[in-house]
Design a protein around this ligand. Structure first.
Ligand SMILES: [Fe+2]
Length: 126
């Protein structure tokens, strides 16, 4: 897998989620390299968007960014948004994220494909 330059990883729960995603993708192998390219582009967009929209809950926003596609490399072959939601509910409490935030992130990742579950807050379609 070609090395992808990723911005510095913060020493907080958002950084932990980012590292978790990067580790799972790296373990999954080179055929998932497209996810690193996708997330690098998304990270750039997210930085701009979050600075334009001070009303955003940055923790929910960035945890959702980093975990919305993790279901592509974790879980079975069902809808990756379902796998991502399952992983959010398993992983985020483990790193100390509160239940209200877990629910908000779970909704964001579950609805990011705008299919059977529609986004009620942020729109993260990919
Ligand atoms: Fe996705």
């Amino acid at each position: 897998m070609e090395p992808i330059e990723i911005k510095e990883i913060s020493n907080d729960r958002i950084g932990a989620a980012k590292m978790h995603f990067l580790d799972r993708v790296t373990e999954a192998g080179p055929k998932f390299g497209y996810l690193l390219i996708h997330l690098k582009a998304l990270e750039k967009w997210a930085d701009k968007e979050s600075s334009k929209r001070p009303e955003l809950n940055k923790e929910v926003f960035f945890l959702s960014i980093w975990l919305h596609d993790i279901g592509q490399v974790i879980g079975d072959k069902t809808d990756h948004a379902v796998n991502s939601e399952t992983e959010v509910r398993r992983y985020l409490p483990e790193i100390g994220v509160g239940s209200e935030t877990v629910e908000e992130v779970a909704h964001c990742v579950r609805s990011h494909r705008c299919k059977d579950v529609q986004p009620e807050t942020l729109k993260l379609k990919s």
